[in-house]
Write a protein that binds this ligand. Structure first.
Ligand code: SDX
Length: 394
C-alpha cells in the first residue's frame, strides 16, 4: 500500500526509488502529475504552472503563480560570457551536443548551487535551470544558422519568449503567432516529466553524489539525446521522410519486424505503456489543430504517419507486443509545422523535461533517507585466478 495505489509486492522490491511527482499506469495508459491527469493539464493549464506543480506538489494560487512566473522570467538571461562557449563548437554541431556542453558549463557560473543542502539555493538553481534552458537552446539554433543571439524579453510568456528567442532577428520585427505559442506550451507540458525514464534516473543518480545541479541536468540531456529515448522525435521525422509515400509503409513495417535489421518503427513502443501513450493521444489531436489553424492542408508526413499508425495498429506483430504510438510519434510533425528544424526536436524535449528532472532532483535531495546511488549488479565474470606473466602467456 502506498497510500493511494497498491503495488504488487514483487514490484515494490525492485523499485529503484519512491516519488510523489508522477504516476504512470502503463496498462491503462494513465499519466498523472501530482494526481492531475495529463489530459487535463495539457488542455487547461500552462507550462509554468505545471513546473510549479511538479516542484511544489500543488497547483499555485493566483499570487503564487504570479510570483513563480516572475522568478522564472527574471532568470531567463544567461551570463554574457556563456556566449563564448558556443563559439568553440563547429557550426554544424548537433544542438544537443551544444546544449549538453553549455549546461554543464553553467555549473562554473553558479558556485552557490554547489551547497545543495541550502533550500534557498536549491530553489534558485531550479528557477535558473527552468528559466535559462529556452535561452541556451535558442542560442544553439542561432549559432547553427549564423544569426545573432537574441535576448529574452520580460514582457513575454515562457512559450512566447522561446519563439522570440528562436525566430526574432534584429533586422525586422517578429510577430508571435498565438497558435504556435499554444502548441509549444502544450508540447512542453506533455514532455515535462515521466517518472523514472532513462534521463530522469540519470539526473537522480548524478545528483545522489551531491554534484552541482547544472552538471546533473547536463547528464540528463546526454541520456535524453539517444534515439531510443528523447532522440526518437528526430528519428520519427527522418523515418517518415525515408518512407516518403504511403505505398512504401508495408515495406518498412516488414523491416521493423525483421529482427536482423536493426530498424525499428520510431515513435512506437514504450518501456511502460502497453496501451496508448496518453500524451500521444493529445499530440495527435494537437497536430490536426495546429496544421488546420496554420492552413496546412496537405502535409504528406502527417498522411504517412496516420496511415502508418492505422496499419501498425492492425498488425499482429504490433498487437501481440502491445506497441502503440508514443509521445514522439506526432511531436515532430507539429515542430516541423512550427518551423523548428529537425535537429532541434530533442532540444525542445530537453527544455520541457528540465522541469521534471529538477523536480525529481529536488525531491531526492530533500528526502531524509537520500543515499548515493549504487545500482546492484549480478557478477557473471570469471572466478578468481592468478596473474600470468607476459612471457608465459600464449
Ligand atoms: C521515450 O521511459 C520513458 O518514459 C521514455 C519517454 C519519456 O517521456 O521519458 O516516454 C520518452 O523515450 C519514448 C520512447 C521513444 N523511443 C522510440 O520511439 C524508439 C522506438 N521504440 C523502441 O526503441 C522501443 O519501443 C523502446 C526502446 C521504447 C522500448 O524498447 P523495449 O523495452 O525493447 O520494448 P519492449 O520490451 O516493449 O519490446 C517488446 C518487443 C520486442 O520484440 P521481441 O523481442 O518481443 O520479439 O517489441 C519489439 C521489441 O523488439 N519492439 C519493436 C519496437 N519497440 C519494441 N519492434 C519494432 N519497432 C519498435 N518501435
Amino acid at each position: 500500500e502506498t497510500g493511494y495505489f497498491t503495488y504488487d509486492p514483487a514490484f515494490t522490491s525492485t523499485a529503484s526509488c519512491e516519488s510523489q511527482i508522477t504516476y504512470i499506469d502503463g496498462d491503462k495508459g494513465v499519466l498523472l502529475h501530482r494526481g492531475y491527469p495529463i489530459e487535463q493539464l495539457a488542455t487547461d493549464s500552462d507550462f509554468p504552472e505545471v513546473c510549479y506543480l511538479l516542484l511544489h506538489g500543488e497547483l499555485p494560487s493566483a499570487e503564487e503563480k504570479e510570483q513563480f512566473t516572475r522568478d522564472i522570467t527574471y532568470h531567463t538571461m544567461v551570463h554574457e560570457q556563456v556566449s563564448t562557449f558556443y563559439r568553440g563548437f563547429r557550426r554544424d554541431a548537433h544542438p544537443m551536443a551544444i546544449l549538453c556542453g553549455v549546461t554543464g558549463a553553467l555549473s562554473s557560473f553558479y558556485h552557490d548551487s554547489t551547497d545543495i543542502t541550502d533550500p534557498v539555493q536549491r530553489m534558485i538553481a531550479s528557477h535558473r535551470l527552468i528559466a535559462k534552458m529556452p535561452t541556451l537552446a535558442a542560442m544553439a539554433y542561432k549559432y547553427s544558422v549564423g544569426q545573432p543571439f537574441v535576448y529574452p524579453r520580460n514582457d513575454l510568456s515562457y512559450a512566447q519568449n522561446f519563439l522570440h528567442l528562436m525566430f526574432s532577428v534584429p533586422a525586422e520585427p517578429y510577430t508571435i503567432n498565438p497558435v504556435l505559442c499554444r502548441a509549444i506550451d502544450r508540447i512542453f507540458i506533455l514532455h515535462a516529466d515521466h517518472e523514472q525514464n532513462a534521463s530522469s534516473s540519470t539526473v537522480r543518480l548524478a545528483g545522489s553524489s551531491g554534484a552541482n545541479p547544472f552538471a546533473c541536468i547536463a547528464a540528463g540531456i546526454a541520456s535524453l539525446w539517444g534515439p531510443a529515448h528523447g532522440g526518437a522525435n528526430e528519428a520519427v521525422l527522418k523515418m517518415l521522410t525515408q518512407i516518403g509515400r504511403p505505398e512504401r509503409i508495408p515495406e518498412f513495417i516488414e523491416r521493423a519486424k525483421n529482427k536482423d535489421d536493426p530498424f525499428r518503427l520510431m515513435g512506437f513502443g514504450h518501456r511502460v505503456y502497453k496501451n496508448f501513450d496518453p500524451r500521444a493521444q493529445v499530440l495527435r489531436k494537437t497536430c490536426h489543430e495546429v496544421l488546420g489553424e496554420l492552413g496546412i492542408t496537405n502535409e504528406p508526413l502527417l498522411d504517412i504517419a496516420m496511415e502508418l499508425e492505422r496499419i501498425a495498429l492492425e498488425d499482429e506483430y504490433f498487437i501481440e507486443r502491445k506497441l502503440y504510438p508514443n509521445v514522439d510519434f506526432y511531436s515532430g510533425i507539429i515542430f516541423k509545422a512550427i518551423g523548428i528544424p529537425v535537429s532541434m526536436f530533442t532540444v525542445l524535449f530537453a527544455i520541457a523535461r528540465t522541469a521534471g528532472w529538477i523536480a525529481q532532483w529536488k525531491e531526492m535531495i530533500e528526502s531524509p533517507d537520500m543515499k548515493i546511488g549504487r545500482p546492484r549488479q549480478l557478477y557473471t565474470g570469471r572466478p578468481q585466478r592468478d596473474y600470468v606473466p607476459l612471457d608465459r602467456r600464449n
